[in-house]
Design a protein around this ligand. Structure first.
Ligand SMILES: [Zn+2]
Ligand SMILES: [Zn+2]
Length: 338
């Protein structure tokens, strides 16, 4: 029996030997609850739902609270971080890699947390005030640092799924953070491309991208003193948006206090534009911050990517790796700019 090491755990990771892509297997994810109101097009505007595990007063339905940001006015909390009850990766799993015949697998070690963004059950980022969004960014930052203090975690991904087509299962506004024990191949490729660009030109490719987009101006949506937002030149989907810090910073963990408020301001602005232009579309946003070994490197630059989920990738896209985008980035940017 050679298939004995990884599969005996709740969570394990296997590598496809042809593509070198890692696949996470998590048995507990099958039991995730599904809130029917997520799918409703007429979502009720409720400040509280008695059945929601994330609403204040329902703490008995929650895992332990790992971090909490208090409301400065003294009335309860603003944001919370809790363990995901149905984690993709777990600290109970081993970290070792094993050969299983010709295959490679490893234990599903890692951390998976949920950020409850706000006590209000159905408010969303466009309706939050800037202090409320700053509180979400503050708790992202604290949990990023906490996860990166674990030597076995090499990469932290912060993301938000908005709407059923983006993969959300609970209506109460929340984000997630996953700390993983290995680095996916496509991240390694991006890191290598950035490294080669730096070797050839002596400058960070993302800093060059910001300067080039500002000079051209056609795809810029908005900017403030710390961040710039634009539709990327080769946007993969309609209305894809990137928000980059103007200051060269390799990892999200190095964000400064003043940048947290500027990020809150631009995020509220951009998501409000997207919501009013496309009538509250489903989307994912992801904070791309680079891996443990790349911290402070001159060619890496963190950024936030917003991916509206207006289309489903079809057979050609899955089979070829090409993307077909029916929307032109410069036109999308013009519409978002308004
Ligand atoms: Zn709720
Ligand atoms: Zn840079």
């Amino acid at each position: 029996m050679i298939y004995q090491h990884c599969s005996s755990h709740e969570s394990f990771i296997r590598q496809d030997p042809i593509s070198k892509e890692w696949v996470i297997y998590s048995i507990s994810r099958k039991n995730r609850p599904h809130d029917q109101t997520v799918e409703s097009s007429n979502k009720p505007l409720l400040s509280f739902d008695k059945d929601c595990p994330f609403c204040p007063g329902n703490e008995n339905k929650l895992a332990i609270v790992n971090e909490e940001i208090k409301n400065p006015n003294g009335s309860g909390w603003l944001s919370r971080a809790i363990d995901n009850k149905f984690p993709a990766l777990s600290q109970a799993a081993p970290t070792q890699r094993y050969k299983e015949g010709i295959y490679l697998c490893m234990g599903g070690y890692g951390r998976h947390e949920v950020i409850i963004e706000n006590p209000h059950h159905s408010k969303d980022i466009p309706q939050y005030d800037v202090n409320e969004i700053s509180s979400v960014i503050e708790i992202y930052h604290r949990r990023y640092l906490a996860m990166m203090s674990d030597d076995h975690i090499v990469m932290v991904t912060i993301f938000r799924n908005h709407g059923v087509n983006a993969g959300t299962s609970l209506a109460h506004p929340h984000s997630q953070i996953i700390g993983s024990p290995t680095v996916p191949r496509y991240i390694r490729i991006q890191e290598q491309i950035s490294e080669t660009y730096f070797d050839d030109h002596g400058v960070c490719i993302y800093c060059d991208l910001i300067n080039s987009e500002l000079k051209c101006g056609e795809r810029i949506i908005t900017r403030n003193s710390s961040f710039v937002s634009f539709v990327p030149y080769a946007a993969k989907v309609p209305y894809e948006i990137w928000i980059l810090p103007c200051r060269h910073t390799a990892v999200f963990g190095d964000i400064k206090e003043y940048e947290k408020e500027d990020l809150a301001l631009i995020l509220k602005d951009i998501l409000s534009r997207l919501s009013s232009l496309l009538e509250d579309p489903d989307y994912n946003y992801i904070i791309h911050t680079f891996t443990r070994y790349r911290t402070n490197e001159p060619h890496i630059h963190w950024f936030l990517q917003i991916v509206p989920r207006l289309l489903t990738p079809a057979g050609f896209e899955l089979g070829s790796g090409f993307r077909i985008n029916p929307s032109i980035p410069e036109v999308d940017a013009r519409e978002l700019k308004g």
